[in-house]
Design a protein around this ligand. Structure first.
Ligand SMILES: Cc1cc2nc3c(=O)[nH]c(=O)nc-3n(C[C@H](O)[C@H](O)[C@H](O)COP(=O)(O)O)c2cc1C
Ligand SMILES: Nc1ncnc2c1ncn2[C@@H]1O[C@H](COP(=O)(O)OP(=O)(O)OP(=O)(O)O)[C@@H](O)[C@H]1O
Ligand SMILES: [Mg+2]
Length: 324
């Protein structure tokens, strides 16, 4: 501790205890009569010194941690507390200073801060690595699906039997739908979400070629689903669109196809409507392979699939719970 004379010019030290001398390395006769600022040095923080001066000017007590130097030049962190001492008339006659070497605590704090920063950096890097890996996987899956698509195209061309050709063509359309999903996932910036509207636009571009007589209307709200749901949903939509072209819209005759995507009461609703023959008398379709897998996919998505009479034609309604 130190006591300085508040009435003498520039606050000279009038008392120091032995602990102060041990901490700083000075002899008593080297410090008595001097202002305490002799402990400061090149790396002492200017703003902290300014705050000390301001508090002392106002006659207030103050606490500051600042860098000080021993007589041999080695720096140490000083936790300094200064309090004014008043006489009976209220005049400040002394200031008492308490100095504690807190170098060890400061070093521990700095180490902790550095460790936290390092941890944050590591986590950031891990996330970046994971994102890059996921991107790479999407890329490979996309390429492999394109390879499978090409194989199916080649095999279809070489097949003479009509029924086999039709089956191969159906598989080609299903694999293409999944390939489109992976192309979209790979191109997207967000690897976790899948934009249904953009997928449907892509799909319609692929399937509507050669069917110029069909008046296609897309009424698509932007709807993002989890990437894991993208393939089953895309396949289901592909089956409904395929059915609309195959059973609802007769080639060569003008027809209308409307696809709507919207968010409604916590659900995503996807409607595929054509103006063809619609539902049979008894109100239910005899499911073939297409509707069988579509029903399975709907179950997997925890979605419902409903068919209603359009005016005219058919409305196929796929309704899945929206997350987030
Ligand atoms: C009682 C007392 C003890 C002080 N002890 C220290 C100290 O240990 N280390 C230090 O750097 N400054 C200490 N100071 C602050 C300086 O003496 C001085 O007030 C500060 O540097 C701001 O004034 P300046 O801008 O004129 O230097 C002490 C001040 C008082 C009043
Ligand atoms: N949009 C539609 N308009 C009229 N009838 C439809 C429509 N969609 C489906 N159907 C009827 O439901 C039946 C079953 O459809 P489903 O998709 O299961 O089989 P598919 O289309 O005949 O063959 P695939 O297995 O290649 O899909 C169809 O054969 C058709 O009679
Ligand atoms: Mg079908």
């Amino acid at each position: 501790m130190t006591i300085v004379d508040a009435q003498a010019p520039d606050l000279p030290i009038v008392f120091v205890n032995d602990a102060f001398l041990n901490m700083t390395g000075y002899r008593r006769d080297e410090v008595l009569g001097r202002n305490c600022r002799f402990l400061q040095g090149p790396d002492t923080e200017g703003p902290v010194v300014k705050a000390l001066a301001q508090a002392i000017n106002k006659g207030e007590a103050t606490n500051q941690d600042l860098l000080n130097y021993r007589k041999d030049g080695t720096p140490f962190w000083n936790a300094l507390q200064i309090s004014p001492v008043r006489n009976a008339a209220g005049l400040i006659v002394y200031y008492i200073g308490s100095q504690v070497d807190v170098t060890a605590r400061k070093a521990a704090e700095a180490a902790l801060e550095a460790a936290a920063a390092e941890q944050a950096r590591t986590a950031q890097q891990a996330l970046a690595d994971r994102t890059a890996l996921l991107h790479e996987v999407d890329h490979r899956v996309k390429n492999n699906l394109q390879l499978i698509t090409s194989l199916l195209v080649l095999q279809t061309r070489r097949t003479l039997d009509d029924a086999t050709r039709a089956a191969l063509q159906s598989m080609l359309s299903r694999v293409s739908a999944i390939a489109t999903v992976h192309r979209r996932l790979f191109q997207s910036h967000d690897l976790e979400r899948f934009d249904v509207a953009t997928f449907i636009r892509d799909l319609m571009g692929d399937v509507s070629s050669g069917r110029e007589e069909v008046d296609i209307r897309l009424d698509l709200e932007r709807v993002d689903i989890a990437a894991a749901q993208a393939a089953p949903l895309a396949l289901a939509v592909n089956e409904l669109v395929d059915n609309a072209f195959k059973h609802g819209l007769t080639p060569g005759r003008p027809g209308r196809l409307r696809i709507q995507v919207r968010r409604l009461n916590g659900h995503y609703v996807i409607e595929v409507c054509d103006d063809g023959p619609g539902l049979p008398e008894n109100g239910v379709f005899e499911p073939g392979f297409g509707l069988t897998i579509t029903n399975l996919l709907a179950q997997q998505l925890r979605a419902t699939l409903q068919f209603e009479a359009g005016e005219p034609g058919l409305r196929a309604i796929l309704k899945l719970p929206a997350h987030g």
